[in-house]
Write a protein that binds this ligand. Structure first.
Ligand SMILES: *Cc1c(COP(=O)(O)O)cnc(C)c1O
Length: 229
């Protein structure tokens, strides 16, 4: 299977679940999770229409994608893996969006690091909703404190990110996504305008259909596009 064929199959599945759940395809971004993939393969995905890419490591992303970024100004590059404070600066200068803002200290570090950017740095707050590793804010209070810190800074909040537990139990996955939607509703109420929180980055290769049903606006898909690593 070529990458273009893989993407076409995923597109069919997204369209199908949009049809059955009353969602519109246009409101959902399909991100290609390009971590550990060589640039040649990432180019293939770009040529097949993918315009948003996710990397899990700062150094790898910068080394691999600097030239790609120059060449394709229409591509958005997101950091989706956990970020150490000492790498906040290079991350803030290179990526278009940091999806893995998962603690106050990191939010603070990014506020400082993004001050010299031309465009504001987009960020998503990552909520822990049940996945095994403990990444993400533990609860709403911590999330609200981070939201307060970010609003009025040079960071541009765009929404929330989560990882559901890796399981075949659809009920567990669904309740994880529902927690994210609930957090979004609270943030919209406390910290308007609602545009600040519009993005719900949830859904990966094994659970993206449930994520679409629950309101995802960004699917982070790696193995289904690029093959198993
Ligand atoms: C690797 C990764 C993905 C993609 O996972 P697949 O199961 O390969 O689709 C999505 N989100 C995050 C945060 C990841 O680290």
């Amino acid at each position: 299977m070529s990458i273009a064929e893989n993407i076409a199959r995923i597109e069919e599945r997204i369209q199908k679940v949009c049809d059955t759940s009353g969602r519109r395809r246009e409101e959902i971004t399909l991100m290609g999770v390009s971590k550990f993939q060589p640039v040649s393969v990432i180019e293939e995905a770009f040529n097949a229409g993918i315009r948003c890419f996710g990397e899990s490591r700062v150094k790898e992303g910068i080394e691999k994608l600097s030239v790609f970024k120059e060449k394709h100004s229409g591509a958005a590059l997101h950091l989706i893996g956990s970020l150490q404070r000492n790498k906040a600066k290079p991350a803030a200068l290179f990526f278009d969006c940091i999806q893995s803002v998962d603690r106050e200290a990191l939010a603070g570090e990014l506020v400082k690091s993004a001050a010299n950017r031309e465009k504001p740095l987009a960020v998503l707050l990552e909520l822990h909703t049940g996945e095994e590793s403990k990444s993400g804010f533990a609860g709403l209070d911590a999330l609200f404190r981070a939201a307060e810190m970010i609003l009025g800074s040079c960071l541009m909040p765009q929404g929330l990110m989560t990882m559901a537990p890796y399981t075949s139990d659809a009920g567990l996955i669904r309740s994880s996504f529902r927690l994210l939607v609930k957090a979004q509703k609270e943030l919209e109420r406390r910290f308007p305008p609602v545009e600040n929180w519009a993005c719900l980055s949830m859904g990966m290769s094994n659970d993206f259909e449930i994520a679409v049903e629950e309101g995802s606006t960004m699917l982070r898909i790696g193995s289904l596009i690029f093959g198993d690593l």
